[in-house]
Design a protein around this ligand. Structure first.
Ligand SMILES: [Zn+2]
Length: 765
């Protein structure tokens, strides 16, 4: 029996402006700081305009195709079964099924699971058959949960012709497996139809929901082009989604009154099927739109399988995908899964004590770049206000309780000889230095080198040691709360991303001897933009000296391709015990001190006529904040790193206001509207350790960890591969070092090669 299904695949339209940060802008002049302290006689003009790198292209809407599923077998109609688990064994492993690698739903699942560090396999159903050998081996079931990219696995066989990637036999095999092992499934992008071959938009099975819109017009569009300014209404408004009481339980980490926008994803408003329409089906709504239509359901099929279906499209970059993904995985796995999730909010402010170029906000897009004649350095008044604004943020948004900035410290900029004072009006050789001593243990600091030189071509061991170790000595002398294991070099230099007098090679070097020469400060090529020559061209002398001096984590740049780790919460090992952890730039330039300057800079880059024109008109400050905090919220949910700002952004431009805290307040307002679990704010040494362990965890999984849940004894057994030891994170049971985050127990255990770890687990639901 052939069935026609209509499916709309709407792909990503999400703007991700990733910025190359800390570009060295060639010095125009070297200037004395007015009233500068003895140790800050002058400051090189470093760090310039970032460059926009949209990483994800918008995909055109696909046509509305018909889909054919040959020979779909309907699930057996039986009475609702007990939820008792069968006394058999399943591996703690998830199966993701999508038609092709390009399917946005499949990509959504992969992104969610990679962020968690989950244990999963992907079946590309258009090219791989679902055999019984895929699902079972001699020890039992190979999967604890099934995640479907869509309810029908439709894909484009040839232009304009769509088909389901599963045959009826494969659907039957999957359902039979789920029935026998009591394995749950979640289907993204589900058409609300009866699962019969008699209607035009049928689907393989009935999730007990029906479309509420007229046949042929079932979907709601929510298109909003990525270049539509944040303040302008979208051409198709978002569907506003809320949680039902059942949904609040399932997504217990979300704000119960969250209003979640579905934007850039086709949506099928639905209603629950009646008992006559879906005999034997138990269904509960999880998500509704503002008209009380159903957008997501739990349903138990007549043959006892437990399923969740969402009636809207997903992809890795959509907010609703990020908000819901964790809860879906947690439910599908019955609360026990390899991997874990935590939201880390980290914000670095670089160049404490130094002065920087100061943006001239009369500059218009298209004009040659120029700065004000005088540099900018924050005052003691600014610094004291920053401390107060930080406390105010904690008080205003309790989910940020304990949050503090990471101040990247350059010892050259601070006079250790002055007396400490918490009075910003103090008369001192350098009031900012006096106040720095006051804030020493009330703020948190990280090593940004003593003088902030470019470290691309400093190879002299003594010079390198001086930059790293002398900065630490000065920090200790000031009594700073200072991470001694983390290094952020000036301009994030020394990591194979540099200016060269040679044109960029077409093929990236594979050996250090092939690396192009490095431009000297005023020599040929010093005006060129920095290029990514790969980590093979990193300054090996810098890395060796850093490691000798106890540095374990060195900051890279997420905007540099070669700095991107292979998984979302991973670093890149540069030496044994030296891990590169990239950080996120922002579009609040290092040169700007107030909203007018921030807006002028932003539009100089992105407005029509700008360096990288992107928007159809200049943006306002509020729109810039909206856009930047949208990006930050995405990064907060999907990585474990910081965004970085610069000291000029800390100016108290109005009473109690600064660019950094405007951004943080807007971000926490947004976060709090969606979540009710706190953000975590570990120090950089702690972030580095965490990222190192998650990197290790990923490698352990790839090396072949086995994990079995024996439901006859309720025992879980992890077995490390024979050739590898490592750290394993998992959620749902307390073992080793365990913590509770968002109500979920997260454990971290160390396994030696071949070691077994066994514990008891009984699911609560
Ligand atoms: Zn810096």
């Amino acid at each position: 029996m052939k069935t026609t299904i209509r499916i709309v695949t709407f792909l990503l339209i999400t703007l991700l402006l990733l910025l190359a940060g800390c570009n060295l802008q060639k010095s125009n002049s070297e200037g004395e700081a007015p009233n500068g302290p003895p140790q800050t006689p002058s400051m090189p003009r470093f760090e310039g305009a970032p460059v926009a790198l949209p990483v994800q292209k918008a995909d055109a809407n696909r046509p509305l195709p018909g889909v054919q599923i040959p020979g779909v077998a309907q699930p057996q109609r039986q009475g609702v079964q007990s939820q008792a688990l069968p006394a058999n064994r399943v591996a703690l492993r998830i199966l993701v099924i999508g038609p092709t690698a390009e399917d946005p739903g499949l990509q959504a699942w992969k992104a969610i699971l990679d962020q968690l560090g989950a244990h999963y396999e992907v079946l590309l159903a258009a090219s791989q058959e679902l055999t019984s050998g895929v699902l079972e081996d001699t020890t039992g079931g190979r999967f604890q949960a099934i995640l479907l990219a869509s309810n029908n696995l439709a894909y484009e066989v040839s232009p304009g012709v769509f088909a389901s990637a599963f045959t009826g036999d494969e659907w039957s095999r999957l359902w039979d497996y789920q029935r026998r092992y009591a394995v749950r499934s979640v289907s993204l992008y589900t058409f609300p139809g009866p699962g019969t071959p008699t209607v035009r938009f049928a689907d393989p099975e009935d999730y007990c929901i029906r479309s509420v819109r007229p046949a042929g017009d079932e979907e709601v569009r929510t298109d909003n082009p990525a270049t539509n300014p944040p303040g302008d209404p979208p051409p198709y408004p978002a569907v506003q989604m809320t949680l039902t009481p059942e949904g609040r339980g399932l997504f217990s980490y979300l704000n119960p009154s969250a209003v979640i926008p579905i934007q850039n994803a086709y949506t099928y408003p639905a209603r629950l099927a009646t008992a006559q329409e879906s005999p034997g089906c138990l269904v509960q709504p999880l998500l509704r739109d503002s008209s009380n239509n159903v957008l997501g359901v739990f349903s138990r099929s007549a043959d006892g399988r437990e399923r969740i279906a969402l009636t809207f499209a997903s992809n890795p970059y959509l907010l609703h995908t990020q908000l819901l993904g964790y809860g879906l995985v947690r439910w599908a796995t019955r609360g026990l899964f390899i991997g874990e999730r935590r939201h880390i909010l980290a914000v670095d402010v670089d160049d404490w004590g130094l002065e920087s170029d100061w943006w001239d906000d009369t500059l218009q897009p298209g004009e040659p770049l120029r700065y004000r004649p005088q540099p900018f350095r924050i005052s003691a008044v600014d610094a004291w206000s920053v401390y107060q604004q930080q406390r105010q943020l904690n008080a205003t948004y309790p989910l940020s309780n304990g949050f503090m900035l990471n101040l990247a410290f350059n010892g050259r900029g601070v006079n250790t000889g002055v007396a400490a004072s918490c009075n910003p009006g103090v008369s001192s050789g350098d009031p900012l230095s006096s106040l720095t001593k006051c804030l020493a243990s009330r703020m948190r600091w990280v090593n940004h080198t003593r003088d902030h030189p470019s470290m691309d071509n400093i190879t002299d061991p003594a010079a390198l040691r001086f930059q790293i170790a002398e900065n630490t000595r000065l920090a200790n002398q000031l009594g700073l709360w200072y991470g001694s294991k983390t290094l952020k070099t000036g301009e994030l230099s020394g990591l194979g991303w540099y200016r060269s007098p040679d044109p960029a090679p077409i093929v990236l070097p594979t050996l250090p001897s092939e690396c192009p020469p490095i431009a000297t400060p005023a020599g040929p090529g010093s005006d060129e933009p920095r290029k990514d020559f790969g980590l093979v061209c990193a300054n090996s002398s810098l890395l060796d000296r850093a490691r000798e001096l106890g540095i374990r984590y060195i900051h890279g740049n997420y905007s540099v391709t070669s700095h991107k780790p292979p998984c979302p919460i991973c670093g890149v090992a540069l030496r044994p015990d030296l891990l590169m952890t990239p950080v996120w730039p922002t579009n609040i330039a290092y040169t700007v001190t107030n909203p007018a300057e921030a807006t002028s800079f932003y539009n100089y880059i992105y407005a029509p006529g700008g360096q990288n024109p992107y928007w159809p008109r200049p943006l306002s400050y509020e729109e810039i904040l909206e856009q930047e905090t949208n990006l930050a919220l995405y990064h907060l949910q999907t990585s474990a790193s910081s965004h970085y700002f610069h000291q000029a952004n800390l100016r108290e431009y109005a009473p109690g206001r600064s660019l950094v805290f405007d951004y943080l307040n807007r971000l926490m307002e947004k976060y709090t509207s969606f979540y009710q679990i706190p953000v975590l704010n570990p120090s950089w040494d702690e972030i580095g350790e965490y990222v190192a362990e998650r990197t290790n965890h990923t490698e352990l999984l790839q090396a072949g960890l086995t994990a079995i849940w024996d439901r006859s004894t309720n025992q879980v057994i992890f077995t490390a591969p024979s050739g590898r030891s490592g750290v394993l994170f998992f959620t749902g049971a307390a073992q080793g070092q365990s913590t509770v985050y968002g109500g979920d127990t997260v454990s971290k255990v160390s396994l030696s090669a071949g070691q077994n770890l066994s514990f008891s687990y009984t699911p609560s639901e």
